[in-house]
Design a protein around this ligand. Structure first.
Ligand SMILES: *Cc1c(COP(=O)(O)O)cnc(C)c1O
Length: 231
């Protein structure tokens, strides 16, 4: 192994250990938690190294980058691409083609665009991203508009609503936000009872997210190392 790959393997297993410990502290089974490695700004070679270490789920937050890397990694058929960034409606088709799940559905126009981009009989897993801040420019639907959006996703035949996603507000304790997210997840389940996934928790707060029921963690820099400067 190259020194880089050894260091990557060590960071990955250190994080997985912390995930398992946080799960046990909260009487949860580590196997019910999916660890997504966020590979944004890193080259496809890093994705290959991660796959060699047994990683099956990776996340990207920009459509162009997702599409390029997914194409470069087409031969790795065990890989599940998660799209976690803000999506423009004119990218709906390419995002659909390149990812297995979209975490960032936050408005009805995007639901419509993703649904129209489907091929016959195809179904895409989606999460509704919720904005837990007071800043309307941050990604995500406002909690007040969640019920209408849940209903719209539930009605879209080519989409399968799996749950909710959020980013904790910057510079605040994440626990109250994750507690609020858990409540909002219950609300979504009154519309779609099996939409039980909660995508929450990043490098700085994944243990708190696990304590509040996160089923999908999106962890970048703690595993990949610092991100290269954005191009
Ligand atoms: C970049 C990113 C992450 C991972 O961030 P880290 O702090 O590096 O773990 C998680 N979620 C989203 C939406 C991101 O854009």
């Amino acid at each position: 192994m190259t020194p880089e790959r050894t260091a990557l393997a060590e960071r990955l297993s250190a994080i997985d250990l912390r995930i398992a410990e946080a799960a046990r502290r909260n009487s949860r089974a580590p196997e019910e938690i999916t660890r997504i490695v966020v590979t944004k700004f890193h080259p496809a070679a890093l994705v290959r190294d991660l796959v060699a270490l047994g990683v099956s789920d990776v996340g990207e937050n920009r459509a162009q980058e997702l599409i390029a890397k997914e194409q470069e990694c087409r031969d790795l058929d065990t890989l599940n691409w998660h799209f976690i960034g803000q999506a423009q409606t004119n990218k709906a088709r390419v995002i659909r083609e390149a990812s297995g799940i979209v975490h960032s559905v936050d408005r009805i126009r995007l639901v419509t665009a993703l649904d129209r981009a489907a091929d016959e009989g195809e179904r895409l897993d989606v999460l509704i991203q919720i904005n837990l801040t007071k800043d309307p420019d941050r990604g995500g639907v406002a909690p007040d508009d969640l019920d209408a959006l849940s209903a719209a996703v539930a009605e879209a035949e080519s989409l399968r609503l799996r749950g909710v996603m959020a980013v904790a507000p910057l510079g605040e304790e994440p626990a109250p936000a994750f507690a609020q997210l858990a409540k909002l997840s219950e609300r979504v389940r009154t519309v779609v009872p099996d939409a039980a996934w909660i995508s929450a928790g990043m490098t700085g707060d994944f243990e708190e997210a696990i304590a509040h029921g996160a089923t999908h963690l999106r962890i970048g820099s703690a595993i990949t190392g610092p991100r290269p400067i954005q191009g």
